[in-house]
Design a binder for this molecule. Structure first.
Ligand code: SF4
Length: 728
């Protein structure tokens, strides 16, 4: 880890504006002590509490020391017991990496050149808002509100800056709704079919577990504050098993790694059920009292015998048998699952079937047993989330929904009625993060499309914008941070004034609403008023947690009664209140029971490798930080993992430049031959910005925009490629 910065100043960077965007790299790499103003006194030093905004299960609390309007210190809040004063490596130098990045946009910009080339000129806020409002009004008058597509996602997951004001604006406008499905949708849908909710045990309770399955999660790198708890559980006697087609950093530290073929998790889970039932390892009393559909499941899993499952998963038959036995007999046994297994056409049923296992064995009875999944439902009960839903009052009519995964297809579809004529992008960089990069670019080039982007940087998406508005960073605005991976609530306070002319997302939509002529009182609500309203609740989990308390202390743990053993006596969120092995509501779609479906073998001959894309976790957070020089160096060049067997067959050596290609595009990569994938599988990281790597294309240039079986998620791992050695 790099040494923590001590002091730095924001003043040197104010006014860089578009000058910064032209590529000056002043702040990055400079010791922060050189960036501090020597004239500071300690007369008005204060500590400001905040929290990380990234789409990450950890939601770290931080503290900022501010003196004379300058940040003197930044780091994790040591008092928070879960995040324990440690930010991950990619966020340790967040202020100078992002807030003071010399390329940051600090004024509104208007396109001057061809879409995608990145030519812009400065424009005042007043003029930019006026022009956007006029163009939008003219387009909506002609094509209707549904011709507007808001594309906002988890660039920040704060309750205010993610969508509190934008939702109001787009609902009032009658815009198309965006189905936010790129991450978590199949996981949520699958788990809900079986269990009716996604919440499992509390993260700290993993300490009580003695058999821990990390299924589809690279915990060591992408859930870094849970990892010490996992290690401590091992110190106390737990066995750690990782299930992942990739030999990840987490898999390398596990006691056992089951390296199955991509997209076959559902088959493994059904095979485990086969063994557990056949060998009488079920908890019959639990099944009888707290589940539905056991008889149908029992018949169904007969076809998933260990021999068949082993062939599907590409593992040994004995592994299926031993693993199932061990899981069913260990106590407490816990499955921690995350997104890794969802991005394929079996993803929903994978979560659904794995989510049934603890009810089959009665693992829910034990403290530390069962499932660990998302925690956001606890906040949903506790915090006044109705404040986020109030925008529905503004709706005149129900409007259509479109799936974010298929942005490229949607932008290029001439038969859509109405076609998308205006695209707002905020908290998102779809050219990098959404499947079928080249199709998205084609759509963004359309001259009849008005594209408005709210951003920190001229990203690969923003290059196609007609207007870019400068957004504040987490150090410059208010927000409330809940979590989907732990149970601490944070209030993020602005540590410094906004840089240049940057404004919070909420303020952009407030101003645009006014300019557009919307006069509803909700558009006058300030961020502080919105923040306070989240605490307007008498739920017992929120006892003593008020706006004023969090302003002083930054964070608070929800007051959840403990021990928290949520399903020891059933209490599932399904309409039956039971874990549903058989789902009557899915009978019509033929999905009453989870099944393994073979992915289409189309193109297998032409494109022999199954492509996996995984997060580049050392320096980037999805596409965030992809333009931060030292973090780019940390990540290194984008690599393609291959087995030595496959590499040899193509005369490829470790470090060679290779090209991965298919019908969607091609990507230049550096071969990594470390046998971290099985023969027939190749793997590349995502998060790199295309314009900053050779070939101007990254992983999503190869992925398809097909959908998963449940939840409308992206089946982007159902992707095949050919790999060749580059000729230069
Ligand atoms: S990205 Fe995650 S681990 Fe890193 S600082 Fe943010 S919340 Fe913490």
């Amino acid at each position: 880890m790099s040494e923590k910065p001590k002091k730095f100043s924001r003043r040197k960077f104010i006014g860089l504006g578009i000058q910064g965007y032209t590529g000056v790299q002043l702040a990055q790499g400079l010791p922060l002590s050189l960036l501090a103003s020597p004239s500071c006194t300690k007369s008005n030093a204060k500590t400001v509490h905040g929290a990380c905004y990234h789409d990450c299960p950890d939601s770290c609390s931080w503290k900022v020391t501010v003196e004379n309007g300058e940040i003197r210190d930044f780091g994790g809040d040591k008092d928070n017991p879960f995040t324990a004063g440690k930010l991950c490596d990619k966020m340790e130098t967040f202020p100078q990496d992002i807030t003071f990045h010399p390329d940051r946009i600090l004024t509104p910009l208007k396109r001057t050149g061809i879409k995608g080339e990145g030519g812009f000129e400065k424009i005042s806020w007043e003029q930019a808002l006026k022009e956007v409002a006029q163009k939008l009004k003219s387009s909506v008058d002609t094509h209707g509100g549904e011709s507007v597509l808001p594309f906002g996602y988890m660039g920040t997951q704060g309750l205010i800056q993610k969508a509190a004001m934008s939702q109001r604006f787009f609902t009032k406008l009658g815009a198309t709704n965006l189905a936010e499905t790129i991450c978590g949708a199949p996981a949520i849908a699958g788990n809900k079919v079986a269990n009716g909710q996604v919440m499992g045990i509390l993260p700290e309770d993993i300490l009580h577990s003695r058999f821990i399955i990390l299924w589809g999660t690279n915990t060591k790198h992408s859930n870094v504050h849970l990892w010490p708890f996992v290690l401590e559980a091992r110190n106390r006697g737990a066995k750690i098993i990782v299930i992942d087609p990739f030999r990840s950093a987490t898999a390398m530290e596990a006691d056992q790694h089951i390296q199955l073929m991509p997209g076959t998790d559902v088959a493994l889970a059904l095979g485990m059920m086969h063994v557990i039932i056949k060998e009488g390892l079920t908890d019959d009393a639990y099944i009888e009292k707290y589940t539905l559909g056991y008889d149908a499941l029992k018949v169904h899993v007969q076809e998933y015998d260990p021999f068949t499952v082993a062939a599907i998963c590409g593992i040994e038959e004995q592994i299926v048998i031993d693993f199932a036995r061990e899981y069913a007999t260990a106590k407490p046994s816990l499955i921690r699952y995350l997104i890794g297994m969802e991005h394929n056409s079996n993803g929903g049923d994978a979560f659904r079937s794995v989510g049934m296992l603890p009810s089959l064995t009665g693992a829910w009875r034990d403290h530390g047993g069962g499932l660990m999944h998302f925690t956001y439902e606890l906040f949903g009960k506790a915090v006044n989330y109705e404040r986020l839903d109030m925008y529905t009052e503004l709706a005149e009519n129900e409007t259509r929904w479109m799936n974010m995964v298929q942005l490229g297809t949607l932008l290029n579809d001439p038969d859509l009625n109405p076609q998308i004529k205006t695209l707002f992008v905020f908290n998102a960089n779809p050219v990098v993060t959404i499947p079928n990069q080249n199709l998205i670019r084609e759509g963004l080039k359309r001259e009849d499309l008005l594209t408005v982007v709210v951003e920190h940087f001229v990203t690969d998406t923003a290059k196609y914008a007609d207007y870019i508005f400068p957004a504040t960073t987490q150090l410059e605005h208010w927000d409330v941070a809940d979590s989907w991976g732990q149970v601490y609530l944070n209030l993020n306070q602005p540590a410094i004034e906004p840089m240049g002319e940057a404004k919070p997302n909420s303020e952009f939509f407030r101003l645009l609403a006014k300019e557009y002529g919307f006069n509803d009182a909700c558009f006058d609500e300030s961020d502080i008023e919105i923040a306070k309203s989240f605490f307007d609740t008498d739920h017992p989990y929120m006892e003593g947690i008020t706006f004023d308390y969090l302003k002083k202390n930054g964070w608070a743990r929800l007051k959840i009664p403990e021990p928290y053993i949520p399903h020891a006596a059933g209490n599932f969120g399904t309409s039956s209140g039971k874990c549903e092995f058989y789902s009557a509501s899915l009978e019509d779609s033929g999905q009453a029971l989870p099944v393994y479906k073979t992915v289409s073998a189309e193109n297998v001959g032409k494109y022999p490798f199954h492509l996996l894309t995984v997060k580049a976790t050392k320096g980037f957070h999805n596409s965030s930080h992809g333009n931060v020089k030292h973090l780019m160096e940390t990540e290194g060049l984008p690599t393609l993992d291959m087995s030595s067997e496959d590499a040899q067959s193509r005369n490829i050596s470790d470090g060679d430049e290779v090209i991965a290609q298919n019908q969607n595009g091609s990507v230049v990569l550096r071969a990594r031959i470390k046998d971290r994938v099985r023969p027939g599988v190749v793997l590349m990281p995502h998060g790199y910005w295309p314009s900053l790597v050779k070939g101007n294309a990254t992983s999503n240039a190869l992925t398809n925009d097909g959908l998963s079986d449940l939840g409308g998620g992206a089946a982007l791992q159902d992707c095949r490629v050919e790999v060749t050695k580059s000729s230069g």
